[in-house]
Design a protein around this ligand. Structure first.
Ligand code: OXD
Ligand code: MN
Length: 579
């Protein structure tokens, strides 16, 4: 129940259409969380993991066809297809509603409808925005409790603001034929049916905090981005905050929780967010970031003491695991775990390598951000943190150097627009295909990319001390398939160079694609890396880059008339310089 009549009317109308047996307004309390967990343990949709070694950890096994985001079933509904752009699947709002309303009719019969008021961002921040998700999935409720500030306090803010994003979700019958994720940006609303997978069902995350928020951000003059936020404290006690955009499953969580290598003593790393950043210019023209989320929905495979010790420690308690394997001792297990062995696979079958991996490639942990040993309390600061550098990156076997710096904000927008990466298991479909993923937002920009780039470009005139923009690539390989750079904690060596550039403490080599480091300026103390590898990582192949710039040019031109001239100019200037 709420005193906000628009919210009450919407809840009543949804209930009248979906016909649930009961309605539960979530208060966000710990008692409610436990009661929902107990209910799922009783009905078998959740099971207890070894409580001695993994206290308060639970396992959920999803429907085997429902393990990732479904970009081909995700739509942006606008009157004019040009507003959604070639980067989105499109329908008119009336078609979208008709399709979804037919699927939602009576779909909650025999189920409870949960009403989840939530706030994306600290409840007392002017940069935060609220939403209400209606769902028939208790799994969604407990995940939303870990991932967002939800319940009573959020409802109070919604009642005060009088506005909220409407998100309607049902697992439906989980049939991939009746699975759709639809966005109605003009109405600030979302309808999602047929999937319980986080990226499709936790509507605060990709649907609200990226697709709808990106649209809202353009109207209101800010940015909603697929970026981690991390604070890097130097041995001298100076902290820089950086925001990094990498495509899904390319190591954002690992970078956000990085543990400095022993050979960089005195450095400390503070995590503010691992997936989404909302960036606002403050009154002084400084770009400030908040993380709208308050938990992590991270990829499990590969997580261990070496790759991400903070995450490995953090998920030993109070964590929901989805689609991992278990050992004979009922501990969670995944590929890349350094101890134990799988007894039961992610589908609940006796583990048999003939059936493939033990844990699903996109198996996930959900955990409150405060569990993270490197959690920064500034993640709760209403004013957010000032951003010194924006870093784009992709997973590229070849071409892209370890790091380079854009020459200006406009050039940086081109660098972001040109991001390409190999596809990963976070979306259904083939893995390892290189595709353009501008600003790592290909699956998440809620409107035409051309308009989005114009919006990014508009910051050049509005910001006072805009961050510098960089591009990194941790994934370069030799022709034999060996990684050239060790990655993980050693990525701090590259971030150190980035900070030095922000502070004008180090020179760089000018090339047509941007400023590259002098190899000697990358700290390689105690690093086992050959001079040839370092040279390969810090140089460019002009022939390959000519082809890349031509391909970026073609890609940009596919946006037609809406493509901002300033971006075209940047691309042409670099292509000419490479010739
Ligand atoms: C995620 C994704 O889950 O990007 O964060 O798919
Ligand atoms: Mn993501």
């Amino acid at each position: 129940m709420t005193k906000l009549s628009t919210l009450q009317a919407w809840v009543d109308q949804v209930a009248g259409h979906t016909l649930p047996d009961a309605i539960h307004w979530c208060d966000g309390s710990d008692a409610e969380y436990q009661q929902m967990i107990d209910q799922m343990l009783a009905d078998g949709s959740m099971s207890k993991l070894n409580q001695e070694k993994y206290p308060n950890c639970y396992l959920h096994r999803s429907d085997p066809t429902d393990v990732a985001r479904v970009e081909h079933l995700t739509f942006v509904c606008t009157d004019n297809p040009e507003d959604a752009g070639p980067n989105n699947n499109w329908m008119t709002p009336s078609e979208g509603h008709a399709k979804m309303d037919a699927l939602f009719a009576g779909c909650m019969k025999g189920r409870t409808m949960y009403v989840i008021p939530y706030c994306m961002g600290p409840v007392d921040s002017p940069y935060s925005r609220c939403g209400v998700e209606i769902t028939d999935s208790p799994y969604v409720v407990v995940n939303m409790k870990l991932m967002t500030r939800m319940g009573k306090n959020a409802l109070q803010r919604i009642e005060k603001d009088g506005t909220f994003v409407k998100g309607l979700h049902s697992t439906g019958d989980l049939s991939p034929d009746r699975r759709f994720i639809m966005h109605f940006p003009d109405e600030l609303s979302i309808k999602s049916i047929g999937s319980g997978y986080g990226g499709n069902a936790l509507l605060g995350k990709k649907c609200h905090a990226l697709r709808i928020a990106s649209f809202q951000a353009r109207q209101e003059g800010w940015l909603a981005e697929h970026m981690l936020i991390v604070g890097l404290e130097s041995p001298e006690g100076e902290t820089h905050y950086i925001a990094c955009a990498f495509p899904s499953a390319c190591g954002k969580t690992n970078l956000a929780m990085l543990i400095p290598p022993d050979s960089l003593p005195g450095w400390k790393v503070w995590t503010l967010g691992d997936d989404i950043a909302w960036l606002h210019l403050d009154d002084d023209g400084l770009l400030r970031a908040i993380n709208p989320e308050s938990g992590y929905f991270g990829v499990v495979p590969g997580t261990n003491e070496q790759t991400n010790k903070n995450a490995a420690d953090m998920i030993k308690h109070d964590t929901i695991f989805t689609n991992v394997a278990v050992t004979a001792d009922n501990e969670p297990w995944w590929e890349g775990k350094t101890d134990g062995e799988p007894a039961i696979d992610w589908q609940g079958r006796k583990y048999d390598p003939a059936n493939g991996k033990a844990a699903q490639a996109n198996s996930r942990f959900t955990v409150a951000a405060q569990n993270n040993p490197s959690y920064s309390s500034l993640a709760d600061a209403p004013e957010g943190v000032p951003i010194s550098a924006i870093v784009f990156g992709g997973r590229r076997k070849e071409l892209a150097p370890l790091v380079y710096e854009a020459k200006s904000w406009e050039h940086g927008v081109l660098v972001g627009a040109g991001v390409a990466s190999e596809t990963t298991a976070a979306n259904v479909g083939e893995v390892g295909i290189v595709r353009r993923d501008p600003m790592a937002m290909k699956p998440f920009c809620g409107y035409n990319f051309a308009d989005y780039w114009s919006h990014w470009l508009s910051f050049a005139d509005r910001g006072n001390k805009l961050p510098k923009i960089f591009h990194v690539n941790w994934f370069r390989q030799t022709p034999e398939g060996k990684f050239l750079w060790p990655g993980f904690g050693d990525n701090l060596r590259v971030l150190e160079w980035i900070i030095d550039r922000c502070e004008n403490r180090v020179d760089a080599v000018e090339t047509p694609i941007g400023y590259l480091p002098n190899p000697a300026d990358i700290n390689t103390t105690d690093l086992n890396i050959s001079a040839e590898a370092l040279t390969a990582l810090t140089s460019i192949d002009r022939g390959q880059w000519r082809a890349e710039m031509a391909s970026i040019g073609e890609y940009l031109e596919s946006y037609g008339d809406r493509l901002p001239e300033a971006l075209r100019k940047q691309q042409k200037a670099i292509a000419a310089a490479l010739n």
